[in-house]
Design a protein around this ligand. Structure first.
Ligand SMILES: Cc1cc2nc3c(=O)[nH]c(=O)nc-3n(C[C@H](O)[C@H](O)[C@H](O)COP(=O)(O)OP(=O)(O)OC[C@H]3O[C@@H](n4cnc5c(N)ncnc54)[C@H](O)[C@@H]3O)c2cc1C
Length: 516
């Protein structure tokens, strides 16, 4: 990446600030069209919202209920394209809405039929009403008191930060230059006062440099308004940040293959309990927050709310002691005039062009990143008066594309790279053993992450290349010393580096565990 950076003599066609789903999606789209693109991420790719989602590639049943048909149709189409282009990372999942009231089966049965119909040729499976017995067959741990039956429908599920890595790799293969740990500290202007580039601080070397671009795209998600204020100190905020929390439990809370979808919690939100990487993921909340920290922390009331809602639906009530990991993320929702609950704010995206030409793209969902990027690159090319080039991502297979990756076991998420990781294990059997008995991750994955996936810190490997921290925070801490030693070997670092990595990882990991 550095040699690409140095080799660029003139200005970039596009500079993208922010390495989450939105920014990497834009860099991928622009590079695949043949534009020269530089992406700068202040931390690691996916450090923000994009590693902290519910992991659903979905149209959003709730948006259907809100009457937002165009958003649902857009997302259902994108869901279908993503399954086609990244089958190693996206798969379908059955969701059951359990029914405890007489009206629920016909009501949700009909709603979910409409959901099917809207998906058209991009459909994932037909929804249907289930008897009480069929519901319990799919969800054997469901609370049976008052249970009448259920409705099953199908949606997509994925691994968010892994998908992001594969998008970044695809962008790279198409010519993009992407740097993590490179923070944009300011904007530069051309002779006429228009935004003509960025000032960057490289966190690894401490070096500062400038990069020029025909257009600068602000894809900093929950942080979008900070950069907008760099352009125009009086800019009105666009973002209404909203925190969402998930709790992770052992698989035996939800042993089948189906997920539970609760369409109305006591405060009118949607909640999911989903099998994910051999665990049970339950969430989420929607809490308006004033600021967007890079490492948000779950609030006690959010944890209590998820536990008490889960207790209504599960025969064995999960307790605080059962929580293996808790993670929080900030949704970059686009502000609506007049306040109101963030749960009702649109999940559609917005493109905003500032007074001096800074282009901001924000809002949207993980599911719709490709369409957002298409829209953004069209606008950016027009703004920068670049030659028009058609978008090609609809049929673009993502790095690692593999139609039958499930055969690779937990290495499935690497797709066609999996055999190369297996090769590392064969060459050095010490790399084949799990780093902790509670998780499947091996030393080979840590080595691969450093060599091939731009992992520079222990947290990069344990939180976003593997998902150890998100699945079981204590196991991740146990894995840390051996992982850091392997990384130090790859990166030629000393004991002091190892000690610093362990210290800072353990500080972050404390946010993911509850006191016993
Ligand atoms: C709890 C929760 C659950 C969700 N569930 C789903 C779901 O199931 N399905 C779905 O489709 N969507 C879901 N979403 C929405 C989805 O995760 C977000 O829409 C998406 O990840 C936003 O991506 P982003 O790139 O805009 O923001 P982010 O991922 O936050 O990325 C912004 C990046 O900009 C970087 N940055 C900021 N300032 C600078 C700077 N000055 N220089 C360089 N870099 C900078 C940050 O470090 C960050 O990495 C969920 C969101 C949350 C929070």
């Amino acid at each position: 990446m550095y040699s690409r950076l140095r080799a660029r003599s003139g200005p970039w066609d596009m500079i993208v600030v922010g390495g989450g789903a939105t920014g990497v999606g834009v860099a991928l789209d622009a590079a695949a069209r043949g534009y020269g693109v530089l992406l700068l991420e202040q931390s690691d790719f996916g450090k923000g919202a994009s590693s902290r989602s519910t992991k659903l590639v979905h149209g959003g049943v709730r948006y259907l209920e809100q009457g937002n048909i165009s958003l649902v149709m857009e997302a259902l189409r994108e869901r279908g394209l993503l399954l086609r282009n990244a089958p190693h990372l996206v798969h379908d999942r059955a969701f059951v809405v359990p029914n405890y009231d007489w009206w629920e089966a016909p009501f949700y049965g009909l709603g979910l039929k409409v959901y099917n119909l809207l998906a058209g040729k991009y459909g994932f499976g037909t929804s249907r009403i289930l008897s009480r017995e069929e519901t319990l067959e799919r969800l054997p741990t469901l609370n049976t008191r008052g249970l009448r039956g259920g409705v099953v429908y199908y949606d997509g599920q994925f691994d968010d930060s892994r998908l992001l890595m594969h998008m970044a790799a695809t962008a790279y293969e198409n010519g993009a230059t992407l740097l993590n740990y490179a923070r944009v500290t300011g904007l530069t202007r051309d002779a006429e006062g228009f935004i003509g580039g960025v000032r960057v601080r490289d966190a690894e070397s401490g070096a500062e440099f400038q990069a020029q671009g025909a257009v600068v795209i602000n894809a900093t998600g929950p942080f979008s308004d900070d950069l907008r204020r760099e352009e125009d100190a009086s800019a009105e905020p666009l973002i209404a940040p909203s925190q969402g929390v998930h709790l992770v439990f052992a698989r035996d809370f939800l042993p089948g293959d189906s997920a539970i979808m609760v369409p109305h919690t006591s405060d009118g939100r949607v909640m999911f309990a989903i099998p994910w990487h051999g665990h049970t993921l339950i969430g989420t909340t929607d809490t308006p927050v004033a600021e967007a920290p890079l490492e948000p922390v779950a609030l006690e009331q959010e944890i209590d709310f998820i536990l008490s809602t889960a207790a209504l639906y599960l025969a064995r009530k999960p307790t605080r002691g059962d929580i293996l990991s808790v993670f929080a993320g900030i949704r970059p929702l686009v502000k609506a005039g007049g306040g109101g609950a963030t749960a009702t704010l649109s999940r559609g995206h917005a493109i905003h062009i500032g007074k001096s030409g800074l282009l901001t793209i924000c809002g949207g969902k993980w599911t719709t990143y490709r369409h957002m990027a298409e829209d953004c690159v069209n606008q950016a090319a027009m703004l920068a008066r670049l030659p028009e080039r058609p978008c090609v991502t609809e049929g673009l297979k993502l790095h690692g594309f593999h139609a039958t990756a499930a055969g690779f076991g937990h290495l499935r998420v690497y797709g066609s790279d999996a055999p190369r990781i297996q090769e590392l294990m064969r060459a050095d059997p010490a790399l084949a053993a799990p780093l902790d008995p509670e998780l499947p991750y091996t030393g080979a994955e840590a080595v691969w992450a450093v060599r091939r996936e731009m992992a520079g810190t222990l947290e990069d490997v344990l939180a976003r290349r593997t998902r150890a921290l998100f699945l079981n925070a204590r196991a991740a801490v146990r894995m840390a010393p051996r992982t850091a030693a392997l990384m130090a070997g790859e990166l030629h670092r000393d004991q002091q580096w190892v000690a610093e990595q362990l210290r800072s990882f353990e500080a972050v990991a404390r946010n993911y565990m509850l006191a016993p």
